[in-house]
Design a binder for this molecule. Structure first.
Ligand code: LP5
Ligand code: MN
Length: 248
């Protein structure tokens, strides 16, 4: 039985082809899978689950919710971990899709392997401005105050945050936006040296071999979804990165 792990789709109304490709992939490759793990940045932005009630924005997301629900009803187990764009996905959205929310990081044990899953943003510890922002927006106090604002105001805040983030990224060295090696080592140690750490966020798909306190570990990085997507496929003890062609 196959398990798929994906991240960084950045689904949004501006790129309908990616949503269409994702729905097609669900109906084909994933239809008979055992499980699907979505490791965050599934949506370009998510400002609260009540967006599902909104006439315009709700309609945009409903086909995705319906497809995930159908998949779950047919027996595929669905798991979701937050990314830095969709950390406001809540229980209501998860229940609509019949998806289980996972903490970041999370350990899974398919076959005989132990795999630690993460979105990846928490590992970018050199990016101090981002880590400060992350601490603030992951606090329940900030989230309660934010979610209490009208939807239109939240959408406007998200747009400002996106443009500020784009400006910031253009000005800072690319290296600080990758994972910090010590943060990776610390996480692998905490989990007692699992064979694999798998994450997204950096959009730098690759497999990195590393030795941690004499243990052979690997860091697997997923890719984002544009013309192609790099996803992970698990079959028993076999793990592989698979490139999907989205423009067919
Ligand atoms: O996302 P990306 O790839 O551009 O860059 C990320 C880090 N940036 C972010 C910020 C998000 O893009 C913002 C959108 C989230 C929407 C969520 C819902 C609504 C929340 C509203 C918040 C007010 O995650 C970027 C990293 C990069 O990854 C690489 O790891 O470098 O981090 C930054 O750029 C650091 C900045 O400090 C981020 C701060 C932006 C928000 C500032 C608040 C603006 C609100 C204005 C209110 C008056
Ligand atoms: Mn991300």
């Amino acid at each position: 039985m196959t398990t798929w792990i994906i991240s960084d789709l950045h689904l949004c109304a501006q790129r309908p082809a990616v949503t269409q490709a994702f729905l097609h992939w669900l109906a084909t490759d994933v239809a008979h899978a055992e499980a699907l793990y979505i490791l965050g940045d599934f949506f370009e932005v998510w400002v609260g689950d009540d967006v599902l009630d909104d006439a315009v924005h709700g309609a945009e997301f409903q086909p995705v919710v319906d497809a995930l629900r159908r998949l779950s009803d047919s027996g595929v187990k669905l798991y979701f971990m937050h990314g830095n764009r969709d950390f406001l996905i809540g229980e209501r959205f998860a229940q609509a899709c019949d998806m289980q929310l996972l903490a970041d990081p999370a350990l899974i044990q398919p076959g005989e392997k132990r795999i630690v899953l993460s979105h990846g943003d928490a590992l970018c510890t050199d990016d101090l401005a981002y880590q400060q922002f992350r601490t603030q927006v992951r606090s329940s106090q900030w989230q309660q105050a934010f979610l209490a604002q009208p939807l239109a105001a939240r959408i406007a805040f998200a747009e400002q945050a996106r443009s500020q983030s784009t400006q910031n990224k253009a000005m800072q060295p690319v290296d600080i936006m990758d994972v910090n090696p010590s943060a990776v080592v610390q996480l692998l140690r905490e989990y007692d040296y699992p064979k694999v750490l798998l994450h997204g966020h950096t959009h730098r798909p690759d497999v990195h071999a590393l030795s941690v306190d004499g243990h052979a570990c690997e860091r697997w990085v997923l890719g984002d979804w544009h013309d192609t997507a790099v996803v992970c496929r698990l079959d028993g003890n076999t793990i592989a990165l698979v490139t999907l062609q989205l423009d067919e």
